[in-house]
Design a protein around this ligand. Structure first.
Ligand code: BT5
Length: 327
């Protein structure tokens, strides 16, 4: 377990009591100065850690943790988040959600959330960097739709995340297919995994990774230029508990709409889209398409007009923005 996470979980287990710097230093096998540095870092991410020269360190209250008690208080949903599991550290919330969904029956709407992931997953097994401070969350869903239609849940999720981020005063835009951006930088990635037979969905796992209070300077060098966090954009940590509550409520509303009127999700998606109007290169497992992104259709396919004037419809792939001069 990384030292910061370990420190946080020790302070949590002391239930608001002070723990001396000496004891923490011995327990963690690091110097007292390093304990102090990590405690400071936890504070900067919005965790309510207090330090006192005489008494040591304590977690003043639990209100900064994504524990079920905090999230469920005032959560106005009927299915999503009614059951919740919280971890300080986990490999991947999607993987654990998958295990739960495959082993238990009554799991529709179950939320798995972690303060930190050690094996966070992006699409096609790309790594997702998930330090403390983020919101790493998965929802188990058992929709009564055909397997093909579950692709549309990525749109439902992207709209829910972008709208939630807007309530925090951030100008979030959606990049097809599964990114939410602020100022052109990725603040959230979505991973939509499905278990199905050819004609029936067993379950869907919707994973969302939001760089809420992530310190971008601590991300690997190659990500820093393209990534951002809510904390960086706002200049201060956000209330992650309020963020998750708002997100789950927004998600449930859009999830209901998905069943009855997906076209209204698509309309919202279009109005939040960063991709429509851009010159794009789309790489799918089988082809490479270059052209202008001109829209999305009612089933959730991206419409690309290529230079020979033909119209292509793409359901999944990686999207790269090209400069207009690359035409
Ligand atoms: C995604 O994949 O964007 C999906 C990410 C989903 C993460 C959530 S966290 C909760 C749940 N549990 C999981 O294990 N996963 C989900 P993709 O479009 O393939 O993008 C992956 C790429 O994003 C990587 O190859 C990096 O370039 C970049 N990346 C990795 N970590 C990042 C971060 N924290 N912020 C911004 N970009 C990141």
């Amino acid at each position: 377990m990384p030292y910061e996470t370990h420190l946080l979980s020790i302070l949590f287990s002391y239930e608001g009591e002070h723990v001396s710097g000496k004891m923490l230093s011995e327990h963690l096998g690091i110097s007292r100065a390093t304990v102090s540095k990590y405690a400071q870092s936890l504070k900067s991410m919005g965790y309510h850690v207090e330090s006192s020269p005489k008494l040591g360190y304590r977690l003043k209250d639990y209100s900064s943790l994504l524990i079920p008690k905090n999230i469920k208080r005032g959560l106005r949903t009927s299915v999503v988040g009614k059951k919740m599991l919280h971890f300080f550290e986990i490999s991947s919330t999607n993987s654990v959600a998958r295990q739960i969904a495959s082993q238990f029956v009554d799991t529709d709407g179950t939320v798995v959330v972690a303060e930190c992931q050690t094996g966070g997953k992006g699409r096609i097994n790309r790594p997702w960097v998930s330090p403390l401070g983020g919101v790493w969350l998965s929802i188990i869903l058992k929709p009564n739709v055909s397997p093909n239609e579950t692709v549309q849940l990525t749109y439902v999720t992207a709209v829910s995340v972008a709208k939630t981020l807007k309530t925090f005063g951030l100008d979030a835009r959606i990049k097809w297919p599964n990114d939410v951006l602020i100022g052109g930088r990725k603040v959230c990635g979505i991973l939509n995994e499905i278990s199905a037979t050819p004609d029936r969905v067993n379950y869907v796992i919707i994973g969302m990774g939001i760089n809420a209070n992530v310190d971008v300077a601590k991300l690997p060098l190659e990500l820093r230029e393209h990534a951002t966090s809510m904390m960086r954009e706002l200049g201060k940590p956000v209330d992650r508990v309020a963020l998750v509550k708002q997100l789950l409520m927004e998600f449930e509303e859009n999830y209901k709409l998905f069943h009855v009127q997906f076209s209204s999700i698509i309309d919202e998606w279009k109005s939040l889209s960063d991709t429509i109007g851009k010159r794009v290169e789309i790489k799918t497992p089988t082809e490479r398409i270059e052209g202008d992104a001109v829209g999305v259709d009612t089933d959730g396919g991206l419409i690309v007009r290529t230079d020979d004037g033909s119209i292509k419809r793409v359901l999944c792939g990686d999207c790269l923005y090209l400069k207009m001069s690359e035409r």
